[in-house]
Design a protein around this ligand. Structure first.
Ligand code: ADP
Ligand code: GN1
Ligand code: MG
Length: 371
């Protein structure tokens, strides 16, 4: 049973022992967790989130990863002369001294310090902001370069294993749980035509051509807080999927979301285009932070990652549509289908720009190494 507003408020109160919290206000545009902003009598604010256990079956593993990663980031930010309270997330403890509060349904809740004076964008409004987000994700990976990736829990098994995602997609087509496959046969066939390409990054990982690093794995623009006043990236958020991964995942997912001329769920496909200038802007920011750490194979893999993450999200959205919308939050029945269509439109335009995409990361990596 969904909690009432008063029940959520009471739960939030446990994270604010010195004041009275007001009513929770639904907050942010994430597809997974339920997020609320809470305001206290003294004017302070914090964020309360219900962890989606359908997606994250082991909330303790999620929390342990976040605690250790943010602890490490705080040390590195301090050493670099930054402000650790603003530049990474901090989780709050409740009155029992615990990070998580379990509600009457057995659901896990947690609270974060609210990073004020910041905003998230659901669509790129300027190349400068996108470039900034690239810097933030690049910095994030480089500040975790001395963190032992093997100690992190895999919070979602095989999260970016695209061949495995294709297996799930085929099962969704066969089961056709919502009776929707017949109506989208053409899109299913288009998706399946990319299956051979879908294994290229995993093959390179298995052959040792690409190394595992500590990656974020969900690098959408709305997972970076941008300073209201300066337009500079402040803080990388949504750390539930921080796991060992490829740099191609982080670069690629940011591109598939941000280097588009329209929103992820734009219904008018004529407005959806892959934008090479936005791609370049992100690559400039990202590579200015990480170029010197990347091998030539990894640099090339960034461009592959852009196509791979677009494809992967395409089959995940379409698969969820076929399954009856059981994973991503949706606002209307065709929402996942609309999202899938934008991904395949972007992917086809990326194919047309392939040579430029590859040349761009090579050139900017060289610049970054020389800087
Ligand atoms: P989801 O997994 O559902 O995407 P997020 O952790 O990304 O959940 O949170 C959803 C949204 O809430 C973010 O996109 C952001 O707008 C906002 N948000 C989350 N945490 C904070 C925070 N500590 N400070 C300010 N805004 C936040
Ligand atoms: C989800 O949590 P959020 O909204 O930042 C999803 C990503 C998808 C994205 C598509 C844990 O991200 O993998 O790429 O939606 N997160 C999870 O918009 O599945
Ligand atoms: Mg998010």
């Amino acid at each position: 049973m969904k909690l009432t507003v008063e029940e959520i408020r009471a739960l939030a109160q446990a994270y604010a022992p010195h004041g009275t919290v007001g009513s929770p206000v639904a907050f942010g545009g994430g597809h997974i967790n339920d997020t609320y902003l809470l305001s206290c009598g003294d004017g302070s604010q914090f964020v309360l989130q219900r962890i989606n256990q359908n997606v994250f079956p082991d909330p303790h593993a999620v929390m342990d990863n976040i605690q250790r990663v943010t602890h490490h980031l705080r040390k590195r930010i301090r050493a670099a002369g930054g402000d650790p309270e603003r530049e990474t997330l901090r989780m709050l403890k409740n009155t029992a001294g615990e990070l998580c509060t379990i509600d009457s349904n057995g659901d896990y809740w947690r609270a974060y310090v609210f990073v004020g004076g910041s905003v998230t964008y659901d669509q790129v409004e300027s190349p400068e902001i996108f470039c900034e987000s690239g810097r933030a994700f690049g910095r994030f990976m480089s500040m975790l370069d001395d963190f032992d990736a093997s100690t992190l829990h895999e919070t979602i098994a095989r999260f970016h294993d695209t061949p495995k995602r294709f297996g799930d997609f085929r099962a969704a087509v066969e089961n056709d749980a919502a009776g929707r496959a017949q109506g989208v046969r053409e899109l299913i066939d288009l998706a399946l035509s990319y299956e051979a390409f879908g294994s290229t990054l995993m093959d390179q990982l298995q052959s040792g051509a690409l190394p595992l690093r500590v990656t974020h794995n969900d690098t959408k623009l709305n997972n970076v807080l941008i300073d209201n006043a300066t337009g500079r990236a402040v803080c990388v958020i949504d750390l539930d999927t921080v796991m060992p991964g490829l740099c191609a995942y982080d670069f690629g997912d940011a591109i598939r979301f941000g280097a588009s001329t329209a929103a992820e769920d734009e219904q008018d496909l004529s407005r959806v285009h892959f934008d090479m200038n936005l791609y370049r802007a992100y690559a400039r920011g990202y590579l200015s932070e990480v170029a010197s750490a990347l091998s030539p194979n990894e640099v090339d893999s960034l461009a592959v990652g852009a196509k791979m993450m677009t494809l992967e999200n395409g089959i995940r959205f379409l698969g969820d549509y076929l399954n009856g919308d059981v994973y991503f939050k949706t606002a209307y029945p065709e929402h996942n289908l609309v999202r899938a269509r934008t991904q395949f439109k972007l992917l086809s335009e990326m194919n047309q720009h392939w040579d430029e995409m590859l040349a761009c990361v090579r050139e900017l990596a060289q610049k970054g190494k020389n800087a």
